[in-house]
Design a protein around this ligand. Sequence first.
Ligand code: ADP
Ligand code: MG
Length: 710
Amino acid sequence: MHANEIKARWMTFLEENSDIGALALNWPEQRSLVVSFRELYNFDQDFAEILVNNPNLFLKCGDNGLREICKEKNYQINPQIRVRDLPPDQRRAVREIRQDDVGSMLAIDAIVVKISAVRPRVVEAAFRCCNGNCEAIQMVYQSNEQELIEPIICDPNTGCGAEKPQARFEIVPSQSVMENTQFIELQEPPEKLRGGVQPERLRCLIEGEIAGEILPGDRIVANGELFVRSQKKGGKKTSVFDIFLRVNSYEQRNTPFEDVKISVEDENEIKELSFREDIYDLLIRSIAPSIFGYNNVKESLLLQVFGGVARRNPDGTRQRGDMHILLMGDPGTAKSQLLHYMSELSPRGQYTSGRSASAAGLTAAAVPDSSSDGRWTLEAGALPLADTGLASIDEFDKMNDGDRSSIHEAMEQQTISISKAGINAKLRTRCSILAASNPKGGRFLHPDEAGPYTRQVNLPPPLFSRFDVIWLMADTPGEEYDRKIASHILANRQTGVDEFSIEQGNEVDPMLDPTKESTKDHEGKEVLSREMFRKYVAYAKRNHHPVLNDHARKRIIDYYTTMRGKVTDSADNLEKGKDVITITARALEALSRMTEASAKVRLSDIAEEEDVRRALRLFENWRHELMGDNFDETSIQSGKTAASRNLQSRVIKIIDEIYEATRTHATTLQILEATRAEGFDDDRVIGYLEQAKNAGNLFAPGGYGTWQSA
Ligand code: ADP
Ligand code: MG
C-alpha cells in the first residue's frame, strides 16, 4: 500500500471509530489518540498488518491523517496516534529479541529498571540561511536523536539557493518543534530469571507526553519499533550496532498476582482445601519440606506470604499490609535456604543479597550514564523491583550506606523518594521483606557476655522496629535434635535426583516435572505442590481482604493494655529502676497484620479471635526466644539495655539529690558511693559520666571531679 493510501485508510478509520472532538476538547491535557490494534484489525486486516512490519510509515501516515482531519475541522491541535494491544505473536521477552525483529512493531513484556531525566529534543528544526541577508527559514525533520541534520541547500523557491559548503545555516530554537524525550531500560522480571543468569536489558527511547510517566520498578508492556544505531567510539561511528526500542505506547501491568493463572477447577480445589480442618498445618508443612523443624518460623513465613491488608486513611496516610520478617542466626542454620525457598514459592518473589553487586543496591541509585547521552539516570534496586511481591534479602547487615539511609522509608512508607539532578521520583516498594543476618562476631554469644542479641548484629537499632517478627536461630547442640536433623539432611540427599544424570538427560529435573514433585514429606505426610501453593496464595490475596471483628479487636486491645500495665502498675518495678517497656504501639499494627493474614489463610473476610490467638502465640514466641522473659522493646530500638538506661536516670537523680541537700555540686566520689550501693560497677559509672559529659547531658562545672545535671 502506498503512503497516500495508508493515510486515506487511516482517515476513514478515524472518522468512523474515534471521537476527535473529545480529543480537541481535552487538549492539551490529552495529547494523543490511543487506538487498539484489535479495532484496526476489525476495520481492515491488511491495513492493520502494515503496522507490524512497517510501523514507522504506518504511524507517520496515521499522524498526518489525524492532523489533516483536525485541520479540516478547524481544531488548533497537533495530536499523535498511539497504538496498543498488539497481537500475541508480536510479544517478546527481552532475551528473545533477535536481529530480524529490527524494524518491526513489538510488545515487550518487562520491568523498568532505569529511567533518565526528561530533556527536550528538536524533532523539526528551523534553520535560517546566513548567506548575505537571505535569512530564509527552512524546516528539517530530525529523525535521529544522536545528530542534528542541517539542510544542504537553501531552498531556491523561498530563499537564495546557496549550496553547501558555501551556504551556512543557524538553528532558530524559537521556531523549531521540540518534544520531550527520555531513555528507559527494560529488563526481564526478576522472578523469571533462574539460577543467577545475568538479565538482558533493552534501552528504549520515549518521546512526547508519555516521557516521564514511567517509574523504575513499574511492570509494563512497551509497544514500539525496534531500531538500531551504530555505536560510537571517540566520536566516530563503528560497525557495531546497539538495539533500541522507540516506544509508541505502553500498558501498565502493576496489578499483582495476575501472572498466576487460576482455572475453574483450580478454584474449586482451592475452596475445598480452605474448608479443611488442618489447612494451617498442611500449608506450614508445605513450606520448605526439605528443611527440618522451625515450625514457628515457617508459620510466620506462611502469614507473611498471605500478608495483611494495606489500608489508606482519609487523611492521606497509609498503613502497610506487608509483614517484614528478620532471621538472625548462627551460620549454617538454613537461613539462606529458607530465603531461597520463599523467593521461589511466593508470587513475584525474588532473592538478593545485601551485598548486591549492582550499584543500585537494595533501594535506588542516581548516576550519570553514558548510554543515555550522559544524562542522569535513576536505577531501581532490589526493593522497587520486588514491588507487590516478596524480597528475600540475605546478608541484610552488609547493605551499603546509601541503602541504610533510605531503608527505613522503604520498609515503613513503602516508598523511596529521590530528588537529584532533575529527577524527582517516588519509587514504590510495596513488598514484604524476608531478611537474614549473621552475628558480627560469627556466632551469637549469651546476652550476659555480649549484650542483647540485637546488638550482636551490625544493624542500626531503629531498623529492628520495622520488622513484625524477628527470629533468633541459634545453633545450639542438643542430642535428640542433632540426631533428627542429621537423619533429615541425609534423607534429603537420598531423595534428591543426582544432577549429573539430569544433565546427561537420563533423569528428569524434579523441579520441572510436576509429577515428580513430591506431595509427601519425609514423614509421609501430605504437602501441597509449589504450584498449588502459589495458586492458593494468589487466590486468597486477590479475593479476600479481611477485617477484624469486635472480638478480635477487643482481644488485641486487652493484650496491649495488660502488657503496658505490667510496667506502669508495679511501683515495685519503678522502685528497683526496672523501667522495662514490654510493648509499643508499633506492635499493635504488627499484630493486626498477622491476624488479618491468618484469616486470609482460611479464605475468610473476617478476622476472628482464633486469628488473634495465632498471632499472639507467634508474637510472644519470637519475643521470648529473642529476649527471654523480660522482653524489652526499648532496648531493641534504642540499643541500650534497661540497665544502662536505668544507670543514666539514677546518676542524674543522685546528682540532683545531692545538690538539693547540700547546694554544692556532687563529686565523682559521692556519685560512686551512691551507685556502688545500688550494685552498679564503678567502671561503668565512670564510663557513663565521661560519655554524658561529651554528649552534653552533664556538666563538670568546677573542672573535673564535680558534676551538675544539664
Ligand atoms: P545459613 O544461611 O544460615 O548460614 P544455609 O542456608 O547456607 O545456612 O544452610 C547450610 C546447610 O545446612 C544447608 O545445606 C542446609 O540445608 C543445612 N541445614 C541447616 N539446618 C537445617 C535444617 N533444619 N534442616 C535441613 N537442612 C538444614
Ligand atoms: Mg547464609
